[in-house]
Design a protein around this ligand. Structure first.
Ligand code: MCN
Length: 761
């Protein structure tokens, strides 16, 4: 049995090659001049002093990029809004042109012989600005009279989106015996991969090729996005990477800095390297969430959910990130009514621009917003009715025999057993003895709360029409797999090898994975949407099966037998009923290239789901909350590697816990400055935040892909966000707190307790 993952040895012994580890001969160094204000007109940029600084090679501005014909970064949405409204994309230049729109917006690129020289010179670039009023909160941006972020976007509204059945929902609410309402703020977060963003850009004038070493989650999508900006076909662009220090969704798209660096490399005829800082991650990486939700549930007289309605406002930042509109619309509503059998469901989502960093994907990419809204409301409804939260949910579940089930938003869930998942979770969480534990905590002066969520999410759609893979036999009998999904912590080297090894019968350790090489050009989807295994893993498995078929003729020739008389197992073709056999490895070695295979296919969305139950204890004197137990029972379909899945769940749960208990990106309302621009102000979760984790499986294999697998990479977050906040709210309710928004930092919890005490006292 394999211990650990194939990639661990390399990474744990310092042999991982991160983006900023790459160097090319004659490389120059980049530093970006960034806006120090949230919204301003650029009156002039004086680069004379900077250009005269030692070692400076160039100072590039937005005007120069425009003159050179660089286009806007792309952003699109395969859907329209209310009344057929089209998404308004005001465009985003790689360097600001005429106006800066958020603190951190890149204004100029300084290239010099060393990183220090570039930084020194950048400080000598004089940017004269005329301040404009800024707006940082989405509801304020949509209010009449708000400062306009882009002239092309009236009222800062880029899209008024809707999904579901509005009329049916209205009717359900009119006929409801009871309506439960909740207003929710989903706070803004900053993805923080280990390696701050970096790139090394090069241009090969002879071949007319651009090369970009960069943080990536998959190169094909980035090539397409770069192609739109640079105006050259994607075939003339290569994106390269090994380790990138994590992605979490914020490394899915290209960024302005990459485009500017590629331009500079071509202009100067030298590679240009940029290694960003953690401060730049906070200022200029894509951020996520930041939604205001007004949610309503309609209940019938028997306490069954008969309607759901959501009015959401999403903050998309100062420019549309390529995937920002998708994440905040289709990415939210693809599980519009959760695990509940409710056809009267409707959501309206207004996408607003503000003077803040652009927003896009962050682990869960929209689905945690939906699961949070639904499961907070559901728990609130159970509380208001005074009924058991588990039994309240069960009453409205989509029954096991109702699949395939099409939700009001048009998406079709293929399978699931929500009641079965719930039962397993209830038992493991010792649901029925909670009150005794609450009393025991009370004796110690602590407030104990319990929260639950029955979540579902959509994993795996993918933008590219196909996932292309290739299997190539190496001279040493090993196999190299080429795939479009970049592995940045999910363990693909191990799980893909497991799948292919199972089919071909070659040892896992002799299977290598390549995803971003210069000499290789694959089309396909990036790692994202927890789709890699169910989609690319499935394609790899089918490809390996094709390789076995392909080897049949060669084996028949070698064994001087008819192909029909052969069978294949454990890496060998054998004449049935005899001991005469030949290994596929030796056949591949004897006929180089003959058993290599290019293969493509596409597998779409699956719907992993689960029931999570957490208990928290709050110390009223300090406001500190501790997660004392966390049970997660998940249906990820067939699981290929339990250890990796467990790691993914732990990571996801902890990421959700980070948002609930400590992380929050805050912009100052007046100045538009980011107030939480470092780890001193923005608290990442630490190991040990989530205690007493129990992970359980309740697999219902899907028929939508040959593995029967559903995604797991984001499930932890989608489940933990509502679960943990429900637990906190339940604990605070004991002390009279009626409304509480994330994050549950000690200070905020303490304040809420003080206010409640004042009111009741
Ligand atoms: N797996 C399995 N059986 C299943 C499902 C998955 O064995 N039924 C395995 C897969 O083979 C893979 C891992 O679990 O090794 C995760 O698979 P999958 O659910 O397909 O998700 P992806 O590989 O597509 O990963 C993407 C997902 C996303 S979208 C984010 S964001 C995220 C995440 O995974 N970012 C991560 N997990 C992360 N983990 C780390 N360490 N770093 C990140 O940046």
């Amino acid at each position: 049995m394999l211990k650990g993952r194939l990639e661990d040895d390399r990474m744990l012994t310092g042999r991982g090659r991160y983006v900023s580890d790459w160097n090319l001969e004659r490389q120059a160094y980049a530093h970006f001049v960034r806006s120090d204000r949230a919204h301003a007109e650029i009156v002039s940029i004086d680069a004379r002093d900077a250009l005269a600084s030692p070692g400076v090679l160039a100072v590039i501005t937005g005007e120069e990029l425009a003159a050179a014909g660089l286009k806007s970064l792309p952003a699109a949405l395969p859907a329209k809004g209310r009344g057929g409204m089209e998404l308004i994309n005001p465009g985003r230049p790689a360097l600001a042109q005429g106006r800066v729109r958020f603190a951190g917006d890149a204004i100029a690129l300084v290239v010099a012989e060393s990183a220090a020289a570039a930084q020194d010179a950048a400080e000598r670039v004089v940017v004269e600005c005329r301040d404009l009023p800024a707006v940082v909160a989405a509801p304020e941006a949509l209010a009449p009279g708000a400062p306009r972020v882009h002239d092309a976007v009236p009222g800062n509204l880029v899209l008024d989106y809707e999904s579901g059945d509005e009329a049916k929902t209205r009717a359900a609410f009119e006929a409801a015996a009871r309506v439960v309402k909740l207003s929710l703020d989903i706070s803004r977060v900053v993805g923080n991969p280990m390696e701050p963003r970096a790139c090394l850009a090069a241009y090969d004038a002879g071949a007319g090729m651009y090369h970009l070493y960069a943080c990536t989650q998959g190169v094909a999508i980035m090539r397409n996005q770069l192609s739109a900006v640079l105006g050259v076909p994607p075939e003339r662009i290569r994106v390269l990477a090994e380790e990138v220090g994590g992605g979490f969704g914020v490394r899915f798209n290209i960024y302005p800095e990459y485009c500017a660096a590629l331009y500079a490399a071509k202009k100067l005829g030298r590679p240009v390297k940029w290694a960003g800082t953690r401060s730049e991650v906070f200022l200029a990486d894509e951020q996520a969430r930041d939604e205001r939700v007004e949610g309503e549930l309609a209940l019938d007289a028997g306490g069954r959910i008969v309607g759901m309605r959501f009015d959401m406002v999403a903050n998309l930042g100062a420019y549309l990130a390529p995937t920002g509109p998708f994440i905040n619309t289709l990415g939210v509503v693809n599980c519009l009514s959760g695990v509940y059998d409710v056809q009267a469901a409707y959501a309206r989502i207004r996408l607003a621009l503000t003077n803040t960093a652009p927003m896009a994907a962050y682990r869960g990419a929209g689905r945690p917003i939906m699961s949070y809204a639904i499961e907070r409301l559901v728990e609130q409804a159970a509380h208001e009715l005074g009924v058991d939260a588990a039994e309240f949910r069960r009453k409205s579940f989509i029954p096991k025999n109702a699949f395939p089930y099409r939700i009001a938003a048009g998406f079709e869930y293929d399978c699931g057993d929500f009641a079965g998942v719930l039962d397993t979770a209830l038992q493991a969480a010792q649901w029925n003895s909670f009150e005794a534990r609450r009393a025991e905590s009370g004796k110690r002066g602590k407030l104990r709360g319990r929260g639950m969520a029955s979540y579902i999410e959509a994993t795996g759609a993918g933008f590219a029409p196909q996932d292309q893979v290739e299997l190539r036999w190496d001279g040493d009998g090993g196999v190299t797999l080429y795939a479009p999904t970049h592995n940045h912590g999910q363990g693909h080297e191990t799980t893909y090898a497991q799948l292919v090894s199972r089919v071909l019968g070659v040892p896992m350790a002799s299977i290598r994975l390549r995803t971003a090489d210069a000499d290789f050009y694959l089309l396909g989807n990036a790692t994202g949407g927890s789709r890699s295994l169910l989609a690319v893993g499935s394609v790899l498995q089918l490809a390996a099966e094709e390789v076995v078929k392909k080897g049949l003729e060669l084996a028949a020739e070698k064994l001087e037998a008819a192909a029909a008389d052969l069978e294949f197992s454990e890496g060998r073709y054998r004449i049935k009923g005899t001991d005469r056999s030949v290994s596929i490895r030796s056949l591949a070695a004897g006929a180089p290239g003959a058993l290599d295979l290019a293969y493509a296919n596409k597998f779409g969305s699956t719907f992993p789901n689960g029931c999570h139950i957490a208990e928290v204890e709050i110390e009223p004197a300090t406001g500190e909350a501790e997660i004392v137990s966390y049970v997660a029972c998940d249906d990820a379909g067939t699981i290929i590697n339990h250890q990796i899945v467990e790691g993914q769940m732990q990571g996801g749960l902890t990421q959700g816990a980070g948002q609930v208990f400590s992380e929050q990106a805050i912009y100052d309302r007046e100045s538009g400055q980011l107030l939480t621009g470092s780890f001193m102000d923005y608290a990442m979760p630490r190991a040990g935040l989530v205690n007493g984790i129990k992970l359980l499986e309740h697999p219902v294999p899907t028929r939508l892909n040959p593995l029967g697998a559903k995604g797991v990479g984001e499930a932890g977050v989608t489940g933990s966000l509502p679960t943990l906040m429900n637990a906190v709210v339940d604990a605070l309710r004991q002390a009279g707190v009626r409304h509480f928004e994330m994050p549950a930092t000690p200070q905020r919890v303490w304040q809420a307790l003080q206010q409640a005490a004042t009111k009741t006292g």
